[in-house]
Design a protein around this ligand. Sequence first.
Ligand code: CA
Length: 225
Amino acid sequence: MKILVVEDEPSLRELIQRSLEKERYVVEVADSFLSGMRKLEDYTYDCILLDIMLPDGDGLSLLENIKRMGKKECVIIISAKDSLEDKVAGLDLGADDYLAKPFHIAELSARVKSVIRRHHHQGAACVEIGNVRIHTDKYQVEVEGTPLDLNKKEYDILLYFANRPGRLVDKALLAESVWGDHIDQVDNFDFVYAQIKNLRKKLSAGRASVEIKSVYKFGYKLVVE
Ligand code: CA
C-alpha cells in the first residue's frame, strides 16, 4: 500500500513518513501544492494525506484536481484550520476523512488503515481469494487455516493482486505500488519477476487455489482455480 503525504512542515512530514513506514506502508512525500500535483500526475497511490495550507496553494484545490483527474485514491485531510467550514468543504469535495492538527500519530495511522480498508476491502480486515485468506491487520496469510510464510514484498504483491481479482496487472504499476515512485527510473523489472516467482512457488507449495499468471508483454493476472 502506497501513501502520499502532502505536508509543508518538515518535522511533521518526516514524523508521518517514519511512522507509516514502520506500519509497512510505502510512503512518498510532497512539500508543496506544485510538487503534490506533479506526483499525482505521474503516479497512483492508495491513500493521500493532504494538508490544507500549503505555501504555494490550497490543499482543497489539490483535492478538486484529484477528483477532476478521476483519480480513485482515498484522501484524508490533515489540517490546522480546525474550522467547520474547512471540514465540510473537504468532505463535500470528496475527502474520505478529516483530521485536525495536532493529532496523535496513532490516530492518523488508525484512520489510514480504516479508509484503506473501506476503500479496498469493503470494511473487512480480511481479504479472501480462493482458499487464501489475507489478514490485513496482522499482515498474515493463510491457506485453509495453515499460515503461509511470505516476505514483505511477496505479501504486498499478493495483496495488490487480491485487491484486483481477475484484472490484468501492469508490471510497472505493480512495481510502483510495492517498491515506490522511484521505480520508474529502472531499466527492467526483473526484480518484480524474481519476487513473483518466489510467491508462485510458495502459493503452489502451500496448496493455494490461486495462481499468478503471466500475460505476455503486459504483466500478470491472479487467477482462482
Ligand atoms: Ca501547512
